[in-house]
Design a protein around this ligand. Sequence first.
Ligand SMILES: [Zn+2]
Length: 289
Amino acid sequence: MQFVVMDLEWNNAYSKKANGYINEIIEIGAVKLDSDLENVDTFSCIIRSQIGKKLRGSVKRLTHLTNDDISSGVPFTKAFSVFRKWIGNEETVIFTWGDGDIRVLLENFKYLNGIKVIPFLDKYCDLQRVFQRLFNCSKGQQTGLLTAAQMLEIDPEMYIHHRALGDSMLTADILKKIMPEGELFPEVVDCGEEFYSKLLYKAKVIRNIDNPLVDKKRLCHVCETCGTACDQLTAWKFHCQFFRANFHCPECGLDYSVGVRFKKLFDQVEFRKIVSVIEPNVSAEEESE
Ligand SMILES: [Zn+2]
C-alpha cells in the first residue's frame, strides 16, 4: 500500500454554461509516500484554465500565480491523466486536508469531462477529520493547515504556503506525525456509490418542530446553575436556523434564552444548543410598578 497526499489550488471563475461560478482547478501538487511513510516522489502541475481566463485578486495574492501561468499550463484532462499514471497501479490511499479539494475536483470532472466520479480515487481519507478527532477539536470549527502544523510543532515556514506542492508537503508531514504505525485511520473510506452520495448530500436544517427527526427529549432545559428542570415560558419559534424559547428556573429564578438546532446530515441528525441568561430588565420592572 502507498499513500498520496494531494492538494489543489482553485480559482473562482464565472461560467456561462453553468450560469454561475465554478471553482476551477489551476494547480495540482502531491507527495507519494511508501507504506513506511517515506517520501518516494512529488508531483506538481499547473493547469491551463478553460473557464476563467483571469485569476481572482485573492488567488493571485495567495498563490503568486499569474494569468500567464494558467494560460500556459497543461489542460485539465491531460494533467489528471498524467497524475493518474504517476499514482500508478499500487493500492493507494489519497489524503487531502478537508474535503473541499475532493468536492471541487468532482465538480471539475463533471463540468469538464462529463463524468460523476474521480477516476483515480479508490480509497480516500480527509486528514483534517482525523486530526480533529485525535485532538478533540470542536466539530463546528475546521482546523486550518497552519494551526494544525503549529499544534504539532512543525514549522510552516519550511514550506511554500498556498501553493499546491508546498501545502501537500506540509500535509504529508502532518500525516507522518499522527499516523500510527502499521494501522489505517478509521476515516479511510472506499470511494464507491455511498461515498459520492455522501459527498453530494446537502445538509439541511430542520424548520418544522413536528418533524419526526426532532428529538423531543432535547426540547427542555436544565438550569446550568442549580441543575433544576426549568419551566418553558414561550413556545418554540424557528428563527435564524434555531428553534428558540425562553425558560425559567423555579429554584434560582434565572431566565434563559435557549436555541436548539437539528441539522439533517447524510446519515445522522446533528444537534446544537445555544443558551444565554436573560438579564433582568430593570426598566420593564419599573414600568410594572
Ligand atoms: Zn437554577
